[in-house]
Each structure stands twice: as C-alpha cells, then as structure tokens.
Design a protein around this ligand. Structure first.
Ligand code: NAI
Length: 329
C-alpha cells in the first residue's frame, strides 16, 4: 500500500475548511488510491470546534484517511508535511487599515513560514488561500530561506473559475467549452481576468463575445467583486467555491494541467510580462512533474497592459508595506 501523503491545513475549524477537509479526505485532491494524513492547525480557542470537525471526519469513514493530527503549534503540526494549505488568516475588521491588516497577517505567516522551513518535508508545496493571499505567500516564503521560493503559491483559481463561469453564461455554452482563461495580478479587486487569450469552443473568446462594453462594465467588475457579492447575498463569504478552487490548484500542481489548457496560479514572478520580479502575482501556468511554469508568449494588448500594470503596482505597494514592517527582506 502507498505511504500516506502528509497534508497540513491551517484555519481548519473555519468555513472553507469545513468543505476543504472532506474533499481532501475523500480522494478529490490526490486521487482514489492515495491515502492522506491530515495535520490540522488552529488557534487555541478554536481547538474545541476543531475536535468537532475531526469527529465528523471520523464519522465519514473515509477509506483514504489514514489519520488526523491536530494542534495549535505550527512547529509540531507542520512536521514532515508534503503539502501545506495555509487557509487561516486574520480577516479585516471594521476600521482596520491596510497596514494593520498586513501586520496582523505577518504575525501569522512569518512564524508559519519559519515552521515550514524547519519542519516540512523536502518536497513541500505550500498554497496560501488566506487573504491577502499573494502578500501572505510572500511573507511565508521570505521566512523560509531553505525552501525554494517556487514552492509557495497563492490562490487565484477561484477568480479563474469565476471568470470561466461568467464567460460560459455569456456565450450560452457549458463551462467545459471555455479554456485558456487567465487571471493576472493580485487576488483583489484590481485583478485582471483576461479573455483575449481565452477560448470558447476553440475560438477566441473575445471574438465570440464581441462586446467590449460587456467586458468592461459587466464581466470585469462581476469577477473582481464576486467575493463581496457573495457576502452580500449569502451573509457569509464564499466557502464551498473557495475550497473547490483550493483543491483544483493543488491537484493540478501535483498531477499536471490538461493538455492544451492552462490555469491561473499566483507564483513568485521571474519578471515575465514586465511583472516586478519577486512579488507573488497571478499568471497563466502549466504544470508537469510537480513543477509549474509561466505560459510564455501570450498577447498583451494595450487594454490588458494597463490592467496588469495597475494590479502589479498594488502588489509592489503591499511588498513595500510588509518590507517596512520587517516581514520580508
Ligand atoms: P473563517 O474565519 O471561517 O476561518 C478562518 C480560521 O482560521 C478560523 O477558524 C481561525 O481560528 C483560524 N486561524 C486564525 N489564525 C490562525 C493561525 N494563526 N493558525 C491557524 N489557524 C488560524 O474564514 P474562511 O471563510 O474559512 O476563510 C479563510 C481565509 O480565506 C480568509 O482569509 C478569507 O479571506 C480567505 N479567502 C480567500 C479566497 C481566495 O480566493 N484566495 C476566497 C475566499 C476566502
């Protein structure tokens, strides 16, 4: 029998994890013949609630769930982990400035980066879902000097999936007809969902849609502000779709993207497409053999250029802010 893969998840008693953990344990992440050990991190006051989640995991009797470890010390929970999902983060509370938010998250992602550095397995892959995801990933990787930077990603797959969904609705086709969508930049309202390189039924999505007014005043704001719209409608933030996207991202990173398509992943920039080197920014990526690469040679028209530059500028500002707090070099 295969050895279990050790999967760490933080924020394990939260909303997203109430969907995420059950998908991981069911085999949706790594396939139907790969056992997993879950290693769940929470803050001390949430450990009791986490016990309840573990009781439910037990009650699901998942054949692939080898065992579950819980705790509030990242140095223990991250021991030997192969995959780490950093979902737990400090949400913005009323009246909180961006600087305060970055500082509060620095207090989480700096020690977690350090703990991964010291205790994770050599092959560890880390995906940050907790917001502000891109900059939290930058903080974590900056504090894990022994782990190659490319093993730290942030989640923009939910934005990618949202964009594909909206395109399918507009074109009146099944979402399976939509491919090569790209989210550029930050997982924030400045993100840029690019349809100029996307395809619908194999044809250029921009040509199929042929509606610049819709693109600018409907599609872009719908995708960029979808998180807020869901909070407004549901009274709680996206959780099931965020968990699904988190699974999609790591599944594809480990097992590879589909031939002829790509996905959106926020990865440490190598300077491609004029994106400032070192920031964690979303690109079109393919993956193979457990490694990602940025899709080269995509067309960036003037409209796209301006949108990408604006989102990258925001990420550079966030980096300056966490630099001045001493969270990244
Ligand atoms: P939640 O508030 O329901 O759960 C977060 C959990 O994290 C809580 O149980 C909390 O106790 C825990 N936590 C806080 N600090 C921790 C620490 N230092 N170590 C371990 N656990 C810690 O939030 P929810 O809805 O599950 O969302 C989690 C994060 O994901 C939020 O930051 C949210 O903004 C973000 N998010 C990101 C998306 C993306 O596309 N990148 C989409 C949706 C949500």
């Amino acid at each position: 029998a295969k050895q279990p893969v050790k999967v760490a998840v933080t924020g394990a008693a939260g909303q997203i994890c109430y969907s995420l953990l059950f998908r991981i344990a069911s085999g949706e992440l790594l396939g139907p013949d790969q056992p997993v050990q879950l290693r769940l991190l929470e803050i001390t006051p949430a450990l009791k609630a986490l016990d309840g989640v573990v009781m439910e995991l037990d009650d699901c009797a998942y054949p692939l769930l080898d065992s579950v470890v819980t705790g509030d010390d990242p140095n223990v929970v991250f021991d030997g982990v192969n995959l780490a999902f950093l979902v737990g983060a400090r949400p913005r509370s009323k009246g909180m400035e961006r600087g305060d938010l970055l500082e509060a998250n620095g207090a989480i992602f700096k020690p977690q980066g350090r703990a991964l550095n010291d205790h994770a397995a050599d092959d560890v892959k880390v995906l940050v879902t907790g917001n502000p995801a891109n900059t939290n990933a930058l903080i974590a990787l900056s504090n894990a000097p022994d782990i190659p930077a490319e093993r730290f990603n942030a989640l923009t797959r939910l934005d990618h999936n949202r964009a594909a969904g909206q395109l399918a609705i507009k074109a009146g086709v099944a979402v399976s007809e939509v491919s090569q969508v790209t989210i550029w930049g930050n997982h924030s309202a400045t993100q840029y969902p690019d349809i100029f390189n996307a395809r619908i039924g194999g044809r250029s999505a921009a040509e199929v849609v042929d509606d610049q007014a819709w693109l600018e005043s409907d599609f872009l704001p719908t995708v960029q502000k979808r998180g807020a719209a869901i909070i407004e409608a549901r009274g709680a933030s996206s959780a099931a779709s965020a968990a699904k996207a988190t699974i999609d991202h790591m599944h594809d990173w480990v097992l590879g993207t589909r031939e002829g398509d790509w996905v959106s992943m926020a990865v440490p920039s190598d300077g491609s497409y004029g994106v400032a080197e070192g920031i964690v920014s979303s690109f079109a990526c393919t993956t193979s053999g457990g490694a990602w690469s940025i899709v080269p040679g995509l067309e960036v028209n003037d409209f796209s250029r301006a949108k990408i530059d604006a989102s990258v500028a925001e990420l550079v500002e966030e980096r300056e802010a966490v630099r001045s707090l001493g969270l990244v070099p």
